[in-house]
Ligand binder design. Structure first.
Ligand code: PMT
Length: 416
């Protein structure tokens, strides 16, 4: 995920511990990926690992010190501060020696001391020769680390630096970062289900406005962004209802209540009747602003009356977000705005929409061909009800969803 600008949440603090293995060079990619995402990265190499990648490289990549010893810092309690502040520690490559030390609670350098003092999630990425990996001593140590709640990313089978082939190869930086993201997501707010008791709804998908029994006016929304918001909310313990407009139910996370609302009027009536029971509403659905003035019972046939064309009269649909926000002031309303144009125009249109709709926040996404609708990624700027930009985020739709849920969670948790 790329957090482009974030006035809502501080950057995550990641400690990257580097062990003395040939795979240390690959960890430069891990550091780069985290720093690019806006995270604050601190590299703590072991002394022996500097034989593979030197201190200068780590300092240049992370923009901070790369101490190896407890007494390298100013205070001698650097490890306690670093461990207390970290959101995640990832150790890669985790050598057999390092794994054994962590299992035994040995604190002989800055990395092992920091791990011993840590309360945040710890990701261990072993890399070593197959014989060492399969040795019962290593397997026993790994089992103990897992039992203690550490997250182990098993090595891959492949070519090893010794020329042998087998299990023990360190996964690529992308796979390590993805694993870390999953651990971080699970552990948001210290792993607490901080939205337990919060009742949230999400409108998702694209409405279809019937013309006759076989035709409708629709749009390209797949419901993916709404499903991702539903998932991000359920991960944190919220009780989630999805008002679904023509989406594949298979994309929704388990445990959510699904109410089908295929047209704008269906969605409007349902949301209006139950919104009072909720604390939070995400209005992600692409709702048609107009519907045909008439809904024919029978298929409209070609006839002499429409031989030269057919002028379909449209009438305005109610604005679900605006009316819900005004009728239920207690509800935290989070809207979306799909806009076309250049980046500056999109932001201006979105800001105007935020002021008009009465939502607490509006996430503005630029849409177009292969952008926004139906894609797996998204890029949004969030403005508050006054039109002030508070966050920009890009990534998979789930990563975007988690960032948006983070923004509102702080307020809902405070309220509860
Ligand atoms: O579903 P995907 O394929 O994953 O695509 C996601 C998305 C692009 C549809 C989504 O990210 C998005 O932008 N949703 C809002 C689309 C939209 O209808 O925008 P709008 O600018 O027309 O509407 C602004 C807000 O008012 C939205 O929150 C919308 O739900 C709401 N609205 C609009 C019209 C209406 N009659 N009632 C409403 O409540």
């Amino acid at each position: 995920m790329t957090v482009l600008e974030n006035a809502g949440t501080p950057p995550r603090r990641i400690i990257v511990g580097v062990g003395a293995g040939i795979a240390a060079y690959k960890v430069t990619g891990v550091v780069r990926q985290f720093t690019k995402a806006g995270d604050t990265v601190r590299v703590i190499p072991t002394q022996a690992s500097l034989n593979f990648v030197g201190q200068t490289t780590w300092q240049a990549l992370s923009g901070g010190p790369a101490h190896t010893d407890v007494f390298d810092g100013d205070t001698g309690v650097d490890h306690v501060e670093a461990a207390r502040d970290a959101d995640l520690i990832v150790i890669a490559p985790a050598t057999a020696d390092l794994i054994a030390k962590i299992r035994a609670g040995i604190a002989s350098d800055l990395l092992t001391t920091t791990v011993l003092a840590a309360t945040c999630p710890v990701v261990v990425v072993p890399a070593m020769h197959t014989a060492m990996w399969e040795n019962p001593a290593t397997q026993d140590n790994i089992g103990v680390l897992k039992d203690r709640g550490m997250h182990v990313l098993d090595p891959e089978v492949g070519d090893l630096s010794s020329g042998d082939t087998g299990a023990g190869r360190m996964p690529e930086p992308e796979a390590i970062c993805e694993f870390c993201e999953a651990v971080l997501a699970q552990s948001s707010f210290g792993g607490k289900k901080d939205l337990t008791g919060v009742r949230a709804f999400v409108t998702a998908g694209g409405t279809r406005e019937p013309i006759d029994p076989v035709r409708f006016i629709g749009n390209h929304s797949s419901g993916k962004q709404g499903a991702a918001i539903a998932q991000a909310l359920t991960e944190r313990g919220a009780d989630v209802t999805v008002f679904a407009a023509n989406i594949d139910p298979g994309i929704l996370p388990s445990g959510v209540t699904v109410i089908n609302t295929p047209s704008a009027i269906d969605m409007y009536e349902t949301v209006q009747s139950v919104a009072g029971e909720f604390d939070l509403g995400f209005f992600v659905a692409a709702v048609a602003d107009f519907r045909p003035a008439q809904d024919w019972d029978q298929k409209v046939k070609k006839s002499s009356e429409n031989a030269d064309g057919w002028a379909l009269q449209l009438v305005r649909n109610p604005d679900i977000l605006r009316e819900t926000a005004s009728r239920y002031p207690h509800l935290l309303c989070f809207g979306f705005a799909a806009e076309t144009g250049d980046e500056a125009q999109v932001l201006e249109f979105g800001k105007a929409k935020a002021r008009r709709k009465g939502a607490r926040y509006i996430a503005i996404n630029q849409v177009g061909k292969d952008q926004g609708f139906g894609t797996d990624t998204n890029r949004v700027s969030v403005v508050d009800g006054a039109g002030t930009k508070v966050l920009s985020v890009a990534g998979t739709k789930l990563q975007v969803a988690r960032a948006l849920v983070d923004l509102v969670a702080v307020q809902l948790v405070k309220k509860n």
